[in-house]
Design a protein. Structure first.
Length: 435
C-alpha cells in the first residue's frame, strides 16, 4: 500500500498549520479546565492563617475571638449538610469560605474596609502597569526563534506575568527591531570562560526574579482571599502561568514570518517556507542547534542570517487569536488582583513594587539579548536572506539579501546590472541578487 500524498502542496501545508493551531488552542484551554478541577475537588485549607502585616493583627484577633466557629467549620467541615447562603451572595465557588469572610468583615471597621478598597485599586492597575513595562510577544519570540534560546525565553515569560500589546491586529515587520541606528554602543563579545560565567549570571538573575514572583503567588494565595473565587488559593498563580501558552502561540506566529537559517543551509540561495510538516520532520537538527546556543549569549553567537516569509492565512488566523488572548489575560489579571481582600495599601504597594522589580530586571536581560541579536544580525556577514515565496517565472519581487540593501532585476543579464563591485547569484529564471 502506498503512502498518502497530497497533490496541492500549499493547501496541505495550510491544513497542517491549521491543525497545529488547534493544538495550540487546546494548550490554552486545558489549564482553564484544570483550574476548574482544582477548585471543585481540591479545596485548600490554608487560608485565614497568615495575613499581611498592615492589618494582620486586626484580622487575626477577629478570627480568634469572634469567628472561631466559622473558622473551625472551614478547617474541619460542618457537622451536617453544607448550606450555601445564596441570598448572601454565596455559591459553589465560595461555599466553605463565605461564612468566615462574612464574619470577619462584619467585625471589621469601616476605616479598614476603605483602606482595603484603596489597595484593591492599586492591585487592579498592576497587570496593566506590568504590561507596559514588560516585554512584547515579538521580543520574546525573537529570543526563542532567532537567538534559539527557548528555555531562557520561557523563564523570562514566566517571570513577567503580563505581556505588552502595542496595537490590536497590527501586522508589522518582525525584524524592524533589529534595524541598526547611528551611535549605538557596540556589544562586548564574551569568549571562553567569561561567556559561560555571564550565561550563568543571566540564569541566576532570571531565576531570582522568577522566585520572587513565585513567592508573591503563594503569599497572595494564602494571605488574602480572591473574591473572584474565594475557595481557591491558586487564582493568581493561574494568571501567571497562562503566559506560557500565549508565549508558545506568539513564537509560532513569529516562526510563520521569519526564522534563522541553519548551519547546513546555503545562504546564497533563497529559502522556501515548507509548511508545518517539514518543520516537524527536521526538528532533530533544530533541537541540536538550539541545544548548542541555549547556553550562549546572543552577542557571543555566530553571525545571524534570518529568512523572512510572506504573510499566510495561518499567520493571520494566529494573530487574530493571539491579540485577544493577550487582552483577555490582562483583563483576567485585573479581575483577579482587584478582587483580593484582607490586604492594606502599604502591603499592596510592596506587592506591586516586587512585581515591577522582577519585570524590569527581566526586561533588562531581554533587551541585552536583543542588542546582541542586533549586533550579530548587522555584522559584516550576518543579515537577511531572501525568501522564495512570491518569485517565479514572469514575476518580479523586491527580495532583500542583506541589511535592507536590495536589488531585483528581471529580464536582464548578470553583466547588465550597473552596480560596481557586487557579486550576484542566480535565483531562478532571470532574477539576480546582490550580496
Amino acid at each position: 500500500m502506498t503512502g498518502w500524498t497530497c497533490a496541492n502542496t500549499d493547501r496541505c501545508s495550510m491544513y497542517r498549520n491549521i491543525g497545529f493551531l488547534c493544538l495550540l488552542l487546546q494548550l490554552w484551554i486545558t489549564p482553564i479546565h484544570g483550574v476548574r478541577y482544582v477548585y471543585g475537588f481540591l479545596q485548600a485549607s490554608t487560608q485565614f492563617q497568615h495575613w499581611y502585616e498592615q492589618y494582620g493583627t486586626v484580622f487575626e484577633t477577629i478570627t480568634r475571638d469572634n469567628c472561631a466557629r466559622e473558622y473551625q467549620d472551614y478547617l474541619y467541615g460542618v457537622t451536617g449538610n453544607l448550606t450555601i447562603d445564596r441570598l448572601g451572595g454565596g455559591d459553589e465557588a465560595s461555599s466553605i469560605t463565605q461564612p468566615v469572610i462574612l464574619c470577619i468583615l462584619n467585625h471589621t471597621s469601616d476605616y479598614v474596609k476603605n483602606q482595603m478598597s484603596s489597595a484593591q485599586v492599586l492591585l487592579g492597575l498592576t497587570p496593566t502597569i506590568l504590561a507596559l513595562l514588560g516585554p512584547s510577544s515579538a521580543e520574546l519570540s525573537l529570543l526563542t526563534v532567532v537567538a534559539r534560546r527557548p528555555f531562557i525565553a520561557l523563564l523570562l515569560a514566566l517571570a513577567c506575568p503580563s505581556i505588552y500589546l502595542s496595537r490590536a491586529f497590527e501586522q508589522s515587520n518582525p525584524l524592524d527591531i533589529l534595524n541598526d541606528r547611528p551611535g549605538r554602543i557596540s556589544q562586548w563579545r564574551f569568549q571562553g570562560g567569561k561567556r559561560w560565567a555571564f550565561c550563568l549570571l543571566q540564569y541566576a538573575i532570571i531565576i531570582g526574579a522568577l522566585s520572587n514572583v513565585g513567592t508573591l503567588y503563594y503569599q497572595l494565595g494564602v494571605r488574602t482571599v480572591c473574591m473572584f473565587w474565594p475557595n481557591g488559593t491558586i487564582t493568581v498563580l493561574v494568571w501567571g502561568l497562562l503566559v506560557w501558552p500565549i508565549h508558545v502561540l506568539s513564537s509560532f506566529a513569529f516562526r510563520l514570518r521569519a526564522r534563522r537559517t541553519y548551519s547546513h543551509e546555503n545562504r546564497n540561495e533563497p529559502v522556501r517556507f515548507g509548511g508545518l510538516w517539514p518543520w516537524l520532520k527536521y526538528s532533530g537538527p533544530r533541537i541540536r542547534e538550539a541545544w548548542k546556543t541555549e547556553l550562549v549569549p546572543a552577542v557571543s553567537q555566530e553571525d545571524m542570517y534570518i529568512v523572512t516569509f510572506d504573510e499566510s492565512i495561518a499567520l493571520i488566523v494566529v494573530n487574530w487569536i493571539l491579540t485577544p488572548s493577550i487582552v483577555i489575560h490582562v483583563i483576567f489579571g485585573t479581575l483577579t488582583l482587584s478582587s483580593l481582600t484582607f490586604i492594606g495599601p502599604r502591603d499592596a504597594v510592596e506587592v506591586a513594587g516586587r512585581f515591577m522589580f522582577s519585570v524590569l530586571v527581566c526586561r533588562a536581560v531581554l533587551m541585552y539579548e536583543i542588542a546582541g541579536i542586533r549586533d550579530r544580525y548587522n555584522s559584516d556577514e550576518g543579515g537577511q536572506v531572501s525568501s522564495l515565496h512570491a518569485v517565479g517565472e514572469g514575476e518580479t519581487d523586491d527580495l532583500i539579501m542583506k541589511n535592507g540593501v536590495s536589488i531585483a532585476e528581471y529580464g536582464r543579464s548578470m553583466e547588465s546590472i550597473p552596480v560596481p563591485e557586487a557579486h550576484y547569484y542566480p535565483v531562478g529564471g532571470n532574477v539576480y541578487f546582490r550580496k
